[in-house]
Design a protein around this ligand. Structure first.
Ligand SMILES: [Zn+2]
Length: 142
């Protein structure tokens, strides 16, 4: 377990590209599975946090703000110089409204936003496992 807290997507076991319906379904499934009446001895789940995660991720505005904060914290992760970075073409990324997403093998995702492209930043660190990749794209002058 790293020192980083589980993010809301990990908490709900959904991907960053999950739809609102998928997020709601994941939330209900976790509640059902961990219902206190059914599993009295089960370790306590932080239902408040879970509810917050569901609320934030199913609100388009709150989700956008939250995604931005994940991207911020991802940028604070310094890419490890000891590991060779795997090269990934930008074509492999899924375009979102404000950024591009590429799944990491740990279940988290690499995020590239437009400011990275503007800044010519090619190195990305996964916020989940600090795996580093190099994104290949052409910087086009307008
Ligand atoms: Zn990872």
């Amino acid at each position: 377990m790293s020192d980083a807290a589980l993010n809301y997507y990990e908490l709900l076991s959904v991907s960053m590209t999950a739809t609102t319906e998928e997020i709601k379904a994941a939330y209900r499934a976790i509640l059902l599975k961990h219902h206190p009446d059914r599993h009295l001895a089960q370790r306590t789940l932080d239902f408040d946090l879970l509810k917050t995660a569901c609320t934030v991720l199913t609100s388009p505005t709150q989700r956008a703000t939250y995604n931005a904060s994940i991207i911020q914290s991802a940028h604070k992760t310094t890419p490890s110089p000891h590991r060779p970075a795997e090269s990934v073409s930008l074509n492999m990324f899924s375009p979102q409204e404000d950024f591009f997403v590429y799944p990491c093998r740990c279940g988290n995702a690499f995020l590239l936003d437009f400011s990275d492209i503007d800044a010519g930043n090619h190195l990305l660190a996964c916020p989940g496992c600090s795996e580093t990749i190099r994104v290949d794209y052409e910087v086009v002058d307008e």
